[in-house]
Design a protein around this ligand. Structure first.
Ligand code: BDR
Ligand code: CA
Length: 318
């Protein structure tokens, strides 16, 4: 069978338990060429997010993917962090290995710039934290945008929020940055809460992780344990939605998600609704559509994909 050429990506993230699974999925899949990991404030401080990215890659046995430290603060908004979900370190739960390599000397923006310039092919930007780094790149190096194939991001929702009643955490954390990227005209795909709440780590999923015969599977199970307890106490969920890997999974197997093309904006003014994404699925505003928005997930096949990837990575490590 013909082997397809892997999709070159940069994963810009704020790890975070679900970002961690997204990193493992990107590392494990032969369909993805992970060129760099860049970090942003979000689930925790930028220092913790960067250290967590290094620890996750160390756990995966990958020390040759560059990791660069990104924004410590949003463009305009005041800083709010997600430690109330992800714990003090941003990745609380199991004991993790100490990083076996150092972050890049370049900042996230510099590393994204250099990677785009060096690549013979356009690169997909996968963003699973606030959009700050990419917005800073768009402002400082606008000519780089033509080297970006598309932006696929976890954030927003066609429905309600989580950080506030209206706004999802990533889009609330830096709405001006998201609007900058929407206005840039880049092809953009939104994977919001309406989709990721279909990606629940139900007990059978966690059990499959626990039963894996290696540290990576067991670590994932423990991450789900911590993340699940936050979701139970903050939002009364029975099982946690594992948001961020949905972006990477969509690239690996496009048949997992159904999308709708629509107008997308983010609320920058609302007293109660700042950071809320506006998706005009019924075209009431009659604006030109500017984004594809994820609607339906095949959850069973999503979990098969994620779990098989984690298992293959773990087996290669033992
Ligand atoms: C998003 O916010 C963070 O808690 C998760 O990592 C995810 O990216 C969900 O709202
Ligand atoms: Ca995240």
């Amino acid at each position: 069978m013909e082997q397809s050429v892997p999709i070159p990506i940069i994963l810009d993230c704020d790890p975070g338990h679900d970002d961690a699974v997204a990193i493992l999925l990107a590392v494990a899949s032969p369909k993805i060429d992970l060129l760099a990991v860049t970090t942003c404030f979000g689930n925790c401080s930028i220092d913790d997010a960067t250290r967590n990215a290094l620890r996750i890659l160390t756990l995966a046995g990958v020390t040759d993917v560059p990791v660069a430290r990104g924004a410590s603060d949003p463009l305009v908004a005041s800083l709010e962090l997600g430690n109330y979900v992800h714990g003090k370190s941003g990745l609380d739960g199991p004991t993790m290995p100490e990083p076996e390599f150092l972050p890049s000397k370049l900042s996230a923006v510099e590393l994204i710039h250099q990677t785009l310039m060096d690549s013979p092919r356009p690169i997909t930007m996968v963003v699973t934290g606030p959009m700050t780094n990419l917005a800073q790149l768009a402002m400082s190096h606008p000519e780089d945008l033509e080297k970006i194939a598309e932006v696929i991001f976890m954030g927003g929702s066609t429905e309600r929020g989580n950080h506030t009643p209206s706004a999802e955490f990533n889009t609330y954390a830096d709405p001006e940055a998201l609007q900058e990227i929407i206005d840039s005209g880049l092809p953009i795909r939104m994977v919001g809460l309406n989709l990721t709440h279909q990606a629940l780590a139900i007990p059978e999923v966690v059990e499959r992780m626990t039963n894996m015969d290696h540290d990576i599977g067991k670590t994932c199970a423990e991450w789900m344990g911590f993340f699940g307890s936050s979701y139970r106490s903050v939002w009364s969920f029975d099982s946690p939605p594992v948001h961020d890997p949905c972006t990477v999974a969509a690239l690996i197997d496009p048949s997992l998600i159904e999308w709708t093309r629509t107008f997308l904006a983010v609320e920058l003014e609302g007293k109660w609704t700042r950071g809320e994404t506006v998706t005009d699925i019924h075209n009431r505003l009659e604006h030109e559509p500017n984004a594809d928005v994820a609607i339906t997930l095949d959850a069973e096949r999503y979990w098969d994909l994620v779990l098989e990837a984690i298992d293959s990575l773990g087996k290669a490590r033992v």
